[in-house]
Design a binder for this molecule. Structure first.
Ligand code: CMP
Length: 517
């Protein structure tokens, strides 16, 4: 009955001589201009995220307000139900906007202030929609007391069925989204692999779960796909994550030496967890190499790439120092001439070492013979930036001369922090204190850039001390100066401990330690 009658009433109203067409045209024009002005304004307002989320509701609300303001008399004349209908729409939209603001304040902001996980979007949306429907029913009842809500409910069911059939996938995603939120196999901020994609969970909406990948891209995976597939969560039950790396090593290297070197590398990296303990396995005897598998644990999956690369870097440097070769199946064709000859290379290397040692003030008193023997005996060891060459408190019997790069000497304060006491570049030496007195290392030496050092063993040094009586005296002076310098830079408690530990003059300690007269 209704529709036919309404059209009839419209037609009568529009056709009646009472209807002022010019007034209506003016009002409609004003409405369009005002609405256009609002749309321009809304482009700026939408920069605020909260307002952007509610932008459709705000837009419709403003439109309904403009209609009420400018067209009320005409609408009233058209049909009695239109004006209340627009009022109901305006109030409903106002409630929708208010609910959206409330949602942001209660769930997003308060979660941020209290540092708790935000309530999932799907749950919040369901709550908001239920409240919205309730408000709509109450409004319809209030403004249209005679309206039959059963008709509304039945027609909603029919519409729901039709829409539901047409949007089966969407409903599947919605239900999967609710199930995911109830089961919670992951939380926002977790690192996961789902449907073959790895990333950090950004959010779960009605349709999909969004991940931010390592390439800083977003990928939205439909909730129904996630519900069907295994989910690998790297952040739970704890963020601790195990990684494995493989490294091929020449058959010349004894496996135990390789294992010790790899363990030392892992122990020297603060990013590698001490527990669970790192493991090293010899996996295969291949065509040209033995393959070792390194297994270690890190604190956070997010840092995986960086830490794996760091471990590989350090393995390269450590292998180089230990003379462990990583074979590579590359056909290396070289045209040899006099300069690239191996003997010539060795001679160049020896000359370079000798030149460096001759530049060290402390060693000036060495005879040419002694200098030659020393240059031939020292080994050249590369270190990566950030690596510790010696550690404070550890025993040590090697003396070092910096060949290239720069290192820093760090003293540990009483609160455990490290303070730099000296920066040492090419030609500077360190490690003399522990070597000459037998005491633990007085500082940690760390590479500030990639660095290469010449290492002199205790036996080599003992020979030099015996042949050069003045050397021990000069070294004792250096040690006294460095001790004083170090004392000036560390806190009072460390100074007090050092003073009480070292009562004997340095020169006497050196002589006693090396059995010198
Ligand atoms: P050693 O104690 O064997 O190991 C740490 C080294 O750091 C130490 O020998 C010195 O060579 C060096 N070192 C300690 N304090 C200073 C300093 N104040 N200036 C320069 N080098 C230092």
């Amino acid at each position: 009955m209704g529709a036919g009658l309404y059209f009839g009433e419209f037609a009568i109203a529009l056709g009646s001589s009472r209807f002022d067409w010019r007034d209506l045209a003016g009002r409609v024009a004003l409405l369009l201009v005002s609405y256009a002005a609002f749309m321009v304004l809304q482009r700026f307002v939408n920069r605020v995220a909260v307002l952007r989320r509610a932008s459709l509701s705000i837009n419709l609300f403003v439109l309904s307000l403009l209609i009420l303001l400018l067209l009320s008399p005409q609408l009233g004349e058209l049909h009695v139900a239109i004006l209340p209908g627009v009022i109901v729409a305006a109030i409903f939209l106002a409630i929708t906007i208010a609910l959206q603001f409330l949602d942001v304040v209660v769930f997003t902001w308060s979660a941020r202030w209290q540092r708790t996980a935000p309530v999932p979007i799907v749950i919040r949306d369901i709550g908001r929609w239920l409240l919205g429907v309730l408000a709509l029913v109450l409004l319809v009842r209030g403004f249209f007391p005679g309206a039959n809500l059963n008709v509304l409910a039945v027609s909603s069911l029919v519409v729901g069925y039709v829409v539901g059939n047409a949007t089966q996938d969407t409903l599947g995603n919605l239900i999967a989204g609710v199930a995911l939120n109830a089961e919670r196999p992951f939380h926002i901020g977790d690192w996961v692999t789902v449907s073959g994609h790895t990333g950090v969970v950004v959010d779960t909406t009605w349709r999909a779960t969004r991940l931010r990948t390592r390439m800083e891209d977003y990928i939205a995976i439909p909730n129904s796909s996630i519900a069907k597939e295994p989910i690998l969560n790297y952040s739970r039950p704890t963020p601790c994550h195990g990684c494995t790396l493989e490294v091929g090593v020449s058959y010349e290297a004894p496996p135990n030496k390789v294992r010790t070197t790899l363990f030392a590398v892992l122990a020297g990296l603060s990013q590698v967890r001490k527990a669970p303990e790192p493991r090293v396995y010899l996996r295969t005897f291949g065509d040209s190499a033995m393959t070792f598998v390194i297994k270690f644990f890190i604190d956070d999956y997010e840092d995986l790439d960086v830490i794996q690369s760091l471990v590989m870097d350090r393995v390269w440097y450590a292998f180089k120092r230990e003379g462990i070769v990583i074979p590579f199946p590359i056909r290396d064709v070289r045209l040899r001439d006099g300069r690239t000859d191996e003997a010539q290379q060795a001679a160049d290397e020896l000359a370079a070492k000798r030149q460096l040692l001759e530049g060290v003030d402390l060693l000036r008193s060495l005879s040419p013979d002694e200098m030659g023997r020393l240059a031939a005996a020292v080994s050249s060891e590369p270190f990566a930036v950030g690596e510790s060459l010696v550690r404070q408190g550890e025993p040590g019997d090697t003396f070092y001369v910096v060949r290239s790069g720069r290192v820093v000497a760090l003293a540990v304060q009483s609160d455990g922090s490290e303070v730099p006491v000296a920066h040492l570049g090419s030609g500077a030496f360190f490690g003399e204190m522990a070597l000459l007195t037998g005491e633990p290392r007085s500082a940690t030496i760390r590479a500030e850039t990639d660095a290469v050092v010449l290492a002199v063993s205790k036996a080599q040094f003992a020979g030099l001390l015996l042949g050069n009586p003045g050397l021990a005296k000069r070294l004792a002076e250096v040690i006294e100066t460095r001790h004083a310098d170090r004392r000036a830079k560390v806190d009072a408690k460390v100074v007090a401990d050092a003073v009480s530990a070292a009562r004997e003059p340095v020169l006497d300690r050196i002589r006693r330690f090396f059995g010198l007269a």
